[in-house]
Design a protein around this ligand. Sequence first.
Ligand code: ZN
Length: 229
Amino acid sequence: MAEIIKIGENTWSFEDGFVRFFLLAGDEKAVMIDSGMNCPDALEQAKNLTDKPIMLLNTHGDGDHTSATSSFTEIYIHPEDYVKCDVCNRYPGTALHEIADGDVIDLGNRPLKIIHIPGHTAGSVAILDVKNRVLIAGDSVQKGHIYMFGDKRDPEKYEASLDKLIAMKDEYDTIYASHDVREIPADHVEKVKAAWQKVRAGEVPFEMADLFGNQVKSYTTEDCGFYII
Ligand SMILES: [Zn+2]
């Protein structure tokens, strides 16, 4: 059961204590963007907020973003994250829709643009709520620690994806993050990129941390952090 906060017109944040996800409604349809780590009833909660049909759109396939996947019949996810979305694989009757860079999903007078930002995972996407000038960037941009350890992470592509978001910064004012502070200004992407470059150049000290049994290096900068093996 997530705590629900109304953060804009027809826009809600679901807070499950560790991860955050969102419900956006337009004139015709609604979309849940991710479904948290321990919220199998997220769709039921969302139905109390909107009478529009609700589909699921995943920023990526990590397990802490997909807990209610099986309760949806229409799921939008980038194909490169299908394999990680094992809930989808377990429910083959679910309609999976491939999303690609540049796609526009219109909720009815509320277009959402898909931006492919590989790096955190191969199929990570950001979602631009065009008219509201909001970017929902999954785990890739935040003030907290960004998980960049394990096989599925790609440091080079991650940096290129940050550049891609910086290049379109005129299109959004605010970023909604999945972890840590919810609403952050658009220029935070540049700070994350600068921090990432410093970490990769060995300019940031680290501490060892135990993360779900993984020994990882924890880097903390004033703008965000990273976990890397
Ligand atoms: Zn993730």
